[in-house]
Design a protein around this ligand. Structure first.
Ligand SMILES: Cc1ncc(C[n+]2csc(CCOP(=O)(O)OP(=O)(O)O)c2C)c(N)n1
Ligand SMILES: [Mg+2]
Length: 575
């Protein structure tokens, strides 16, 4: 249709036209009474590919995985009532990890609203605290504007989920369609350029620091500031650590990379935080899993905090120089003011800590160790895959033992820590990046929360590779019980179905691996197979994730791997 032309359409057509205008290509969702008119219109728009998932939570997670993998806005549809409430966990997950998704829910027809009608639920009320914004679209004539705004809000500033609730009669009512060229949102103007005075102050601190340390978070990835981060680190020779969600913002094989910090961070990364005199925190929000006990966090450091969301400044940790704006824009300006320097003694010190506390080495063992499985997936993919994780120990092993060099190559539920995220998010990532190998590294508990999505994989013929680190436990909780509750394993031993048979039942090839000698060939088989492939790795049941900072402790109080045996797979940074 001509850009300026005005014509009458149904609300459902207006939604679809608008989605096409926003460049949407994929929608994840499930049908239902209150969205039939919207779905009935989809065949008129072959540009919009609909992926039928098996649970609405997974529609939101798949849209989330798609958005993280592509940088585009992910879209999901659900019906009213239970369809909408099933989306809630997925929306909350996207909210806490700043992922842009637009969720469209059907609602009962306008005359029924407020009458406890069949499948009526106040989804805008429910999602108010977990969306960046939400709408109940009661005026068909405003639909195009609402979609335009929703996408703009979802992807700009600090990205996040936006929900549009769409009464059934609005979907069938006709109105004039005209897609606005721009949004008018007077109260919403995200700051992109950092304040020049703040940038100057930050540069001065960086140029004077003796032991500076960069902590890079997901904001670095969202803003695509890979080159700028690299330039800052290299020019001033500043070591870089990342948060969990900041992994893959900076190549992990770079000489200045010192891995992840936090509760399961590398010992030397946490030691560096403890000793640094200047933290440059970039696009991260001082989550308690990253800082551990706040009063013990970076006791000798001044802090520069670069973040697009002013609400994050000073929220958890007092900072010396806040710079509000887009990471890439700010780093570009900042880099112009940075002197080329060296911090030889400081880097030597961290290297010494790394030698003394290697953290990434794995002990020699007769049993099948999960760390070894992850490392072998790294070897097989040469670091070129997108890794999507479940939640728990599997997530931490995947974060620690794969070497993330490729930008934006880890997709994990950080803020909400949602078990069940892995499989649907891997589906979204694979649909967004069909030419990239996607591995879902999952836990046996997490996998059981959303394994019905194997049907989606089968129906869409998606080549998602799945590695279940099967310890027969809700392992991370079991680890806490072992370490802090005198081994009382209450409600953590976990019965699992035969995952290989489950995979086969869904038409997916599967293999069980019990011995470490079989790991490499199984992974190779999975990689060579054209379609999806599931490997059930029967790992050591009581293997723990180390290092660990106990809950309530500070980063300096590390618990390290107790067994210091032969090193099976030493790792070192290579330039
Ligand atoms: C939806 C949800 N419920 C409960 C939890 C609490 N929880 C965190 S880790 C974990 C255990 C995960 O078990 P599994 O997926 O098998 O992973 P493992 O730690 O064994 O690798 C649990 C229950 C959670 N994070 N998410
Ligand atoms: Mg488990």
């Amino acid at each position: 249709m001509d850009k300026g032309a005005i014509m009458k359409m149904t609300g459902a057509q207006i939604i679809c036209e608008s989605l096409v205008k926003e460049g949407v290509e994929v929608i994840f969702g499930i049908q239902g009474g209150a969205v039939i008119p919207l779905y009935d219109t989809l065949p008129q728009y072959p540009q919009l590919r609909h992926i039928l998932v098996r649970h609405e939570q997974c529609a939101a997670h798949a849209a989330d995985g798609y958005a993280r993998a592509t940088g585009k806005v992910g879209v999901c549809f659900a019906t009213s009532g239970p369809g909408a409430t099933n989306l809630v966990t997925g929306i909350a997950n996207a909210y806490l990890d700043s992922v842009p998704i637009v969720a469209i829910t059907g609602q009962v027809a306008r005359p029924f609203i407020g009458k406890d009608a069949f499948q009526e639920i106040d989804i805008t009320g429910i999602t108010l605290p977990i969306t960046k914004h939400n709408y109940i679209a009661t005026d068909t004539g405003s639909l195009a504007r609402i979609i335009k705004e929703a996408f703009y809000l979802a992807r700009t500033g600090r990205p996040g989920p936006v929900l549009i609730d769409l009464p059934k009669d609005v979907q069938t009512e006709q109105a004039e369609f005209h897609y606005p060229n721009k949004t008018v949102l007077p109260g919403y103007k995200p700051t992109l350029k950092g304040h020049p005075t703040q940038i100057k102050k930050a540069a001065k601190l960086i140029n004077e620091a003796q032991r500076p340390l960069i902590i890079a978070g997901r904001g670095t990835i969202i803003s695509g500031a890979y080159a700028e981060l690299n330039q800052l680190a290299e020019t001033a020779q500043i070591p870089v650590v990342t948060t969990l969600l900041g992994i893959s913002s900076f190549p992990e094989s770079h000489v200045l990379s010192y891995g992840m910090l936090g509760m399961h961070g590398m010992a030397y990364a946490n030691m560096a935080v403890n000793a640094t005199d200047l933290i440059i925190a970039i696009g991260m929000r001082f989550d308690d899993r990253a800082t551990a006990k706040v009063s013990g966090f970076a006791p000798h450091a001044r802090i520069i905090h670069i973040d697009i969301d002013p609400a994050e400044i000073g929220k958890n940790v007092a900072v010396d120089v806040p710079v509000v704006g887009d990471v890439k824009v700010i780093l570009k300006a900042l880099n112009k003011l940075i002197n080329s320097t060296e911090h030889v003694d400081w880097i030597r010190q961290i290297e010494e800590w790394r030698t003394e506390h290697p953290s990434m080495n794995i002990r020699d063992s007769e049993g099948l160790l999960p760390q070894y499985v992850v490392q072998q997936i790294y070897e097989a993919t040469k670091g070129e895959a997108i890794i999507v994780t479940g939640v728990g120990q599997n997530q931490m092993w995947a974060a620690q033992h794969y070497w993330y060099d490729r930008p934006n190559s880890l997709i994990s539920s950080g803020g909400l820590g949602t078990m069940g995220f892995g499989l649907p998010a891997a589906i979204g990532a694979k649909i967004g990046c069909p030419d990239t190998t996607v591995w879902c590294i999952d836990g046996d508990g997490s996998f059981q929360m959303t394994l019905q999505e194997l049907a989606t994989i089968g129906q869409e013929r998606l080549a998602v590779k799945i590695a279940i680190l099967n310890n027969g436990y809700l392992g991370m909780v079991r680890q806490w019980q072992e370490l802090f509750y005198e081994k009382r394993y209450v409600a953590t031993p976990l019965n699992c179905p035969d995952f290989v048979k489950i995979a086969e039942a869904y038409g997916i090839r599967g293999l069980r691996v019990k011995h470490k000698e079989e790991v490499t060939s199984a992974i190779k088989q999975a990689m060579e197979h054209q379609g999806s492939f599931l490997i059930d790795f029967m790992i050591e049941p009581e293997e723990n994730v180390y290092p660990m900072v106990a809950p309530g402790a500070s980063l300096s109080e590390l618990i390290e791997e107790p067994k210091k045996e032969v090193v099976a797979w030493p790792r070192q940074s290579t330039p």
